[in-house]
Write a protein that binds this ligand. Structure first.
Ligand SMILES: Nc1ncnc2c1ncn2[C@@H]1O[C@H](COP(=O)(O)OP(=O)(O)OP(=O)(O)O)[C@@H](O)[C@H]1O
Ligand SMILES: [Mg+2]
Length: 238
């Protein structure tokens, strides 16, 4: 193997002066700067309405900022066509939401396989990889179950399998434990730690102070701005 002198690794996320104004004059984000390096696991915390989901959606290219630049995996998102954006999402990003967002009529394998729909993987191979991802979240015994036949914690593990099946570089999770009891929430957090240890960069929005405190970096929002950014043992220079 040859080592290249490519310089420091490209940040997974780079936000510069990101603002988001919604119609009606709501300033959801007011000039946010944030850099996330490969391999980080960070908590995003702050009061309701402070802009956390807005920022995650902007990072996830689900929503465009009103001002500022957003780079994901080194790509300037504002400069990409819709087709290139879809490809970026399919190749680099995974999403997990509070309320799972699973397709009701489809079993666990199909729900997870759908995570590969835009990644150019043939159907039979999608289902094979979906089964492997479900094994990874320890749901190998629930492959044929539909969402209504799964517990809340199991549903969230299916959603995590769907997010990880494409081997994303960055996983974005918006309150992934918000609808779960403590025990199921703990399992979900253990899985996120495992994925992070295997190399996935993860941003988690959480209202749970205990969860936030257990993560190595905490970014705190208030009124659309970052008010503190702390790594265990240090303050991240901004
Ligand atoms: N589509 C929208 N149109 C107008 N205003 C919006 C829209 N989405 C969010 N907002 C407003 O933007 C602000 C930030 O919302 P956001 O959803 O980012 O907050 P949050 O920090 O995720 O809150 P929560 O913890 O309750 O989920 C809020 O004041 C909200 O009312
Ligand atoms: Mg939110």
């Amino acid at each position: 193997m040859t080592l290249t002198s490519a310089g420091p690794p490209v940040p997974v996320v780079e936000l510069r002066g990101v603002a988001k104004e919604y119609p009606g004059g709501v300033h959801a984000l007011r000039g946010v700067d944030l850099t996330v390096h490969p391999g980080e696991l960070l908590a995003i915390v702050g009061p309701s309405g402070s802009g956390k989901s807005t920022m995650l959606n902007v990072i996830g290219t689900l929503d465009a900022p009103s001002a500022g630049t957003v780079k994901v995996a080194g790509y300037d998102v504002g400069a990409l066509s819709d087709a290139r954006l879809s490809a970026l999402r399919a190749r680099h990003l995974g999403f997990v939401f509070q309320h799972f967002h699973l397709a009701a009529g489809r079993d666990a394998v199909d729900n997870v396989a759908d995570g590969l729909l835009y990644a150019g993987v043939p159907r039979s191979r999608r289902r094979e990889r979906a089964r492997a991802a479900l094994e990874r979240v320890r749901l190998g015994h629930r492959l044929g179950h539909r969402p209504a036949e799964l517990s809340g914690g199991e549903k969230q593990r299916v959603a995590i399998a769907r997010a990880l099946v494409g081997e994303p570089e960055l996983l974005l999770a918006d309150e992934p434990t918000g609808a779960l009891d403590t025990a199921s929430g703990r399992v979900v957090m253990e899985l996120l730690h495992e994925l992070n240890a295997a190399g996935t960069t993860i941003c988690v929005i959480t209202h749970d102070q205990e969860i936030a405190d257990s993560l190595p970096r905490r970014v705190r929002f208030r009124d659309g701005a970052i008010v503190s950014d702390v790594r265990t043992g240090e303050v991240v220079p901004r």
